[in-house]
Each structure stands twice: as structure tokens, then as C-alpha cells.
Design a protein around this ligand. Structure first.
Ligand SMILES: [Zn+2]
Length: 327
């Protein structure tokens, strides 16, 4: 039988051998300790507690269990079980959702709770759940992105609470696996407003974590959700924003809002749905909206824009049908 021993996970005094077929139909053998498998996973524990039938396959004088999983994914999970400290390096990588997605799927299957909990906690630390958190994360993200594409040094010194927003596709998968629905509204919002990645630009694709991201998989499952969200954002915008440019100016003649600024604002939102970006205090759109207003009216409109942003953020669960409604 064609196959080889895993270089890191074949212990000479191990008392169980797991085998798995890789993509080239080569068999990989892991020689491990039953006690460690059982301690980590009730599924392994039950599997190993069953009395071995006398005819059970043996390999290298240990009982052999053939595993049905993907070889790389199983290896990644077993590596975590036998070197648990290695998870912190993965979790602290900006691309942790992509790196941990497959091992976490298997951790769910084999009920390795500590991995699910560690991933859940990192998701919660990495994804904002409020408008304030989102604005802070996006500011950091823009700074890092412009440094990245200007060839400047990355200065992620670990002091930022959200050094970068993680890639949303894998994050959404992970949130479902690890039962952390709180991160979904902003993760879906990120996906809705996701920049169009230039496939030929390796640095950009790598940076956004899009290369190898299971985008198609998510789209198949959540495409109707995104399409519907797009429509809901548009409807919300039409409803809410029509009330903003009300003219209560006490001056005679009253000051005039720049109608073309509102037109381009709504066009921008319609184009990619990123209402929060276009209405930010430091956004060009934001200052254009205040052009032509007198000093009395400016702060009033500014407050209205601010209130709209809170309103919008509060509606994310509704936009993405995460509030119990059906898609
Ligand atoms: Zn005025």
C-alpha cells in the first residue's frame, strides 16, 4: 500500500494509528495516543472506547482506524490537538479565518470545544458589533490598506484593537460553526461593500484574503440574502433620506442645500451600498452635503446624518435577514 508516516505526528510509542487518503490516493499514517484524542474529543472518546473486534486492522502493531476526512484538514486538526500552543500563532494572524476554517469544521465534527471557543473569542475580538467599533476598525483598515498599496511599511504593532478586518467569507462560516451570530451583521455588511479584487494583483488578493477564499461556497448559500439586503438598503435609504433635506432655515432667503451633492450621495450608496462610508464625518460626501448651508443649518443637518448612521447600523440585522425572518 502506497503511503507514508506523517513527519510530525507519528510517535513511536503511540497506541493508535489513524490513516487518511490524500488527494493523490496516498495513505498518510498518524501514530498517536488514545488518551489525548479522547481527552480532546468525546467523539474520539466514544470511537476508541468501543471494544476492538479481533479482526480489527493493525498497522505497525497498533490498531488502525481509517478516517474519512480530508487529509490536510485532519492533519491540521491533529496538529492542534498535539501542539495546542500553536493555535495562538494562527489566531493572531490577520488571516486567521481562512487558516482556521477547515480545522474548525473538523473541530465541530469531533466536538473539540476548546478550539471552537478559541475561534469564537477571536472572532468577537476581530469583528466590531457596534457603529463605534466599525468606524474605528474601518479607519485602521484604510490606513493599513493605503500603506500596503503605497509600498509603505505595515505597522501593526498589536496595540490596535482591530488592526485589520478579517476576510468576511471565512469569518461568516466560522461564526456559524462557533455559534457567534453577534459578528454576522457587520461581517455581512463588509461582504456587501467588499472591494472588487483585481485578480491579477497578487498583493491585493493576498491582502484581502480573497485568494483561495471559499467565495463561491458562500455565494451559493447566501446570494439571495445579499441580493435582498441590497434592495432593503435601497428602500431604507429612499425612505429615510427623503426626510433629511428639510428646509427650516430661519434666514430670508433661506440657505440652499446642494442638490447635486445629495444626488451623488444617493448614487454612491446605490452603487455599493456603503452608506456608512459615504456618510462618515471625514468623508467627501459628508462635507459636500453641508455645502451651501448657513452656520445655523449645518449642525442640524450634521446631527441628522449622524442619527441616520445609527439608524442604519441598527438595521443591519434586518437588512441581512438575521433577525429571525426568512430569506
Ligand atoms: Zn440655513
Amino acid at each position: 500500500m502506497a503511503g507514508h508516516h506523517d513527519p510530525d505526528l507519528y510517535f513511536d510509542d503511540g497506541n493508535i494509528v489513524l490513516s487518511v487518503k490524500d488527494g493523490k490516493q496516498q495513505t498518510i499514517y498518524f501514530r498517536l495516543y488514545k488518551g489525548i484524542l479522547a481527552k480532546n474529543s468525546p467523539v474520539f472518546s466514544d470511537m476508541l472506547a468501543m471494544p476492538s473486534p479481533p479482526a480489527m486492522d493493525q498497522y505497525d502493531e497498533a490498531p488502525l482506524v481509517e478516517m474519512p476526512d480530508d487529509a490536510d484538514d485532519l492533519r491540521a486538526l491533529l496538529f492542534l490537538l498535539f501542539t495546542p500552543d500553536s493555535i495562538s500563532g494562527l489566531l493572531n494572524s490577520p488571516r486567521f479565518p481562512r487558516k482556521l476554517l477547515e480545522p474548525t469544521r473538523l473541530a465541530k465534527k469531533y466536538q473539540v470545544d476548546w478550539i471552537l471557543q478559541a475561534v469564537a473569542s477571536q472572532l468577537q475580538k476581530s469583528w466590531p458589533t457596534t457603529l463605534l467599533g466599525w468606524d474605528r476598525a474601518i479607519t485602521n483598515d484604510h490606513e493599513q490598506t493605503s500603506l500596503m498599496f503605497s509600498g509603505g511599511p505595515m505597522h501593526n504593532d498589536g496595540t490596535l484593537e482591530f488592526p485589520l478586518l478579517p476576510e468576511p467569507v471565512s469569518s461568516i462560516h466560522l461564526a456559524r460553526l462557533c455559534d457567534t451570530p453577534a459578528i454576522l451583521p457587520f461581517a455581512f455588511y463588509r461582504l456587501l461593500t467588499w472591494p472588487i479584487i483585481d485578480d491579477d494583483n497578487d498583493a491585493e488578493a493576498e491582502f484581502y484574503g480573497c485568494k483561495n477564499a471559499p467565495c463561491e461556497e458562500l455565494i451559493a448559500e447566501d446570494w439571495p440574502r445579499l441580493v435582498k439586503a441590497w434592495k432593503r438598503v435601497g428602500d431604507w435609504f429612499a425612505d429615510e433620506v427623503s426626510s433629511v433635506p428639510s428646509n427650516t432655515c430661519p434666514n430670508r432667503p433661506p440657505c440652499q442645500q446642494d442638490a447635486s451633492a445629495w444626488f451623488s450621495f444617493s448614487q454612491n450608496v446605490g452603487r455599493n451600498g456603503d452608506f456608512l462610508a459615504f456618510s462618515r464625518f471625514d468623508a467627501t460626501t459628508h462635507s459636500a452635503l453641508l455645502n451651501g448651508l448657513c452656520p445655523l443649518c449645518k449642525p442640524i443637518i450634521q446631527e441628522q446624518i449622524k442619527a441616520l448612521r445609527w439608524e442604519f447600523a441598527g438595521q443591519l440585522s434586518h437588512f441581512f435577514q438575521l433577525d429571525g425572518g426568512t430569506v
